[in-house]
Each structure stands twice: as structure tokens, then as C-alpha cells.
Design a protein around this ligand. Structure first.
Ligand SMILES: Cc1cc2nc3c(=O)[nH]c(=O)nc-3n(C[C@H](O)[C@H](O)[C@H](O)COP(=O)(O)OP(=O)(O)OC[C@H]3O[C@@H](n4cnc5c(N)ncnc54)[C@H](O)[C@@H]3O)c2cc1C
Length: 307
């Protein structure tokens, strides 16, 4: 890798742009991110860039712990952002198992592949999005383990159905939490879609260990700051079908449960929840209150649907 000199050129170029401690931090982060994108291996990126980062940190007085955490954060995160999550389906393809349009293993609603006696489940399979009915790759733990249970039970002679999966995105970056469930605005049916949103400023909670002075930068961090809390609910015909949240996870279990119950059942018609009456003239808070009132039962996740 070092022989061709490309990575060394890149590292030297970044090194030459560094002028002080702040640009040194940016330089370390950029260096490891670019190396990682080039070779798609965070461990190798850290090994390659580590000694250079140590040199930069010493030269520009960056705390070694800060430098190490930048290497760690930007290498690992860039693997995911750079190449995304892809199923490794080489073994399945070698066995003659059919792959779908998204590159995952094709299975039916019993997790059977096209090859008799071969079942598939987890991150490598394409499932059906419960809300859109389209093929989807929701690479999460919940559908993986539910699909695994479905495949196992069917392989053992039972008859159970995998009812599809939901898109769920949760992340926390730079002090901002972001959550998105179900449909996005682009997927909303224009004929019956409705969006409710609200936004408010909230004071950030700070934690100050006893004995630390307020003037201590670590202790003072965040004091007096506010953050924007944003909520967006997407409805179709009064049924909640999507949620996007910024800096709040309040009621996320209610939203997840309601969206699951609002998805059309396998008979193509029945939904488990009633629509929110008069949602078009409600605030987000009122709509949440109405859904909370309606939610009488709690779904137990993780159990495959018995046929
Ligand atoms: C960094 C990261 C963060 C995540 N965070 C979340 C999260 O917060 N919430 C969430 O719901 N999901 C999260 N996920 C996704 C979640 O981990 C996966 O959806 C889930 O683990 C998929 O389960 P699986 O059984 O399909 O695959 P895995 O859990 O990857 O299990 C596959 C197993 O097969 C083994 N294996 C592979 N090839 C072979 C072979 N040839 N022979 C023998 N064994 C083999 C592997 O070693 C592994 O143990 C995250 C994933 C990553 C990578």
C-alpha cells in the first residue's frame, strides 16, 4: 500500500495544510477519513495514520487522547458512511441462491430461498417494507432476529410468516440525536398525505461534577445553551406512517408501535389501529395525545406471525 506512494502523498499534502492546533485536529480527522475511504478498513487506516497523527499532535500540542479519539471516530464512522452497509451474499450466490434487485438474498414470506431446503435471514436478505410494500434492506437487529426465528421454525416444520420490516434510523452525532421511522415525505401518498411539525428551543441539561468550578471549560460546556427540538409526523388518511425527530426521543415507542399497527396486514386491508380523527386541525402534541389514548395494547416484538 505504501509502495505506490498515493497514501503518503495524501498524508503529506494534509500535513502541509496544518497551521495550528485546530487545523491539526481537522487534519488528523481528514487524513484518517480519506485513508479509510481509500482502503475501506478502519484498523489498517489507524495503523497507517497513527504515527503521523502522533507526530502532528506533538508538534501542534493536541492532547494525545483527543488525537486518538479523532482517529477512532473518523475511521469507524467513515467506513459506514463511505461504503455503507452491504450484505455479503457470495456464499448464497455460489449455492445458486437467487439475489434480488437490491443485492440481498430473495426469500419468500417463510424465509425460503429459491433453492429447496435453504432458508436465509438477517442482514443478507431483502425483506418487504411493511409500509410501502416494496423490497427493502432494513439492516437492523429486530427484523434479523425475527427473520431468524421465522426461518428456524419453518425449517423445523412449523408454518410461520415474516410480516416484513420497517425503516428505523437512530443516531447521535455531535450532541444531536436524530430519529426517523417509517415513510419519508417523498414516500408519502400525495392524495392523502399530511404533515404535522413543530419546533421549540429547550435548555440543555448540563452535568457539573462537584468540586469543579464553573470557570473550568469542561464543566462550563453547555451551560446556558439551548437546542432545537423538532418533531415531524407524517400521516396518510389519518394513520401515522412516518416520524422524524431531532433532539428528542420522547414517545418513540408509541410512534414505533403505532406505525407497526397502522401498516396494512397481510390480507391487504386490516389495520390494527384507528386513524386519528380530525388530525388535519391538530397540533403535534394533540395528535400524540390522541394516539396515546388509542394505544390500549402493546405489541410484543420479536415473535414471528404464526400462519
Ligand atoms: C457498527 C454497527 C452498529 C449497529 N447498530 C445497530 C443498532 O443500534 N440497532 C440495530 O437494530 N442494529 C444495529 N446494527 C445492525 C445489526 O447489528 C445487524 O442488523 C444484525 O446484527 C444482523 O444480524 P445477522 O445475524 O444477520 O448478522 P451478524 O450479527 O453480522 O451475524 C453474522 C455472523 O455470521 C458469522 N459469519 C459470517 N460469515 C461466516 C462464514 N463464512 N462462516 C461462519 N460464520 C460466518 C459472522 O462472524 C457473524 O457472527 C449495527 C451494525 C453495525 C455494523
Amino acid at each position: 500500500m505504501n509502495k505506490e506512494g498515493g497514501i503518503n502523498w495524501l498524508l503529506n499534502k494534509i500535513h502541509s495544510m496544518i497551521k495550528g492546533p485546530k487545523s491539526a485536529e481537522v487534519g488528523i480527522a481528514t487524513m484518517v477519513s480519506l485513508t479509510d475511504m481509500a482502503i475501506a478498513n478502519n484498523t489498517v487506516s489507524i495503523i497507517l495514520d497513527g504515527p503521523i497523527a502522533r507526530g502532528i499532535a506533538e508538534e501542534y500540542k493536541v492532547d494525545p487522547r483527543r488525537s486518538a479519539s479523532l482517529l477512532d471516530l473518523f475511521s469507524c464512522d467513515m467506513v459506514l458512511w463511505g461504503i455503507g452497509m452491504r450484505p455479503d451474499t457470495s456464499l448464497a450466490a455460489a449455492c445458486g441462491v437467487k439475489l434480488g434487485e437490491l443485492g440481498g438474498v430473495c426469500v419468500d414470506d417463510r424465509m425460503r430461498t429459491n433453492v429447496p431446503h435453504i432458508y436465509a435471514c438477517g442482514d443478507c436478505v431483502e425483506s418487504v417494507d411493511k409500509l410501502t410494500g416494496k423490497a427493502a434492506m432494513h439492516l437492523f437487529w429486530e427484523p434479523s432476529q425475527r427473520g431468524g426465528m421465522t426461518a428456524g421454525r419453518n425449517a423445523a416444520g412449523e408454518d410461520c410468516i415474516f410480516s416484513g420490516s420497517l425503516g428505523i434510523y437512530l443516531t447521535h452525532k455531535g450532541g444531536i440525536s436524530i430519529a426517523a421511522l417509517g415513510k419519508t415525505e417523498a414516500e408519502l401518498n400525495p392524495g392523502c398525505g399530511l404533515i404535522l411539525e413543530d419546533r421549540r428551543e429547550a435548555a440543555e441539561t448540563t452535568v457539573r461534577p462537584v468540586g469543579r468550578k464553573k470557570s473550568d471549560p469542561a464543566a462550563a460546556d453547555g451551560i446556558g445553551r439551548t437546542k432545537t427540538i423538532y418533531r415531524r409526523l407524517l400521516f396518510e388518511d389519518g394513520y401515522l406512517c412516518g416520524v422524524q425527530l431531532l433532539n428528542t426521543l420522547d414517545d418513540i415507542d408509541l410512534f414505533f408501535d403505532t406505525i407497526q399497527k397502522n401498516a396494512l396486514r397481510r390480507d391487504g386491508k386490516m389495520r390494527l389501529q384507528k386513524p386519528v380523527e380530525g388530525v388535519e386541525s391538530m397540533s403535534v402534541t394533540d395528535a400524540v395525545r390522541a394516539m396515546r389514548k388509542e394505544r390500549r395494547t402493546v405489541t410484543v416484538y420479536g415473535l414471528p406471525d404464526m400462519g
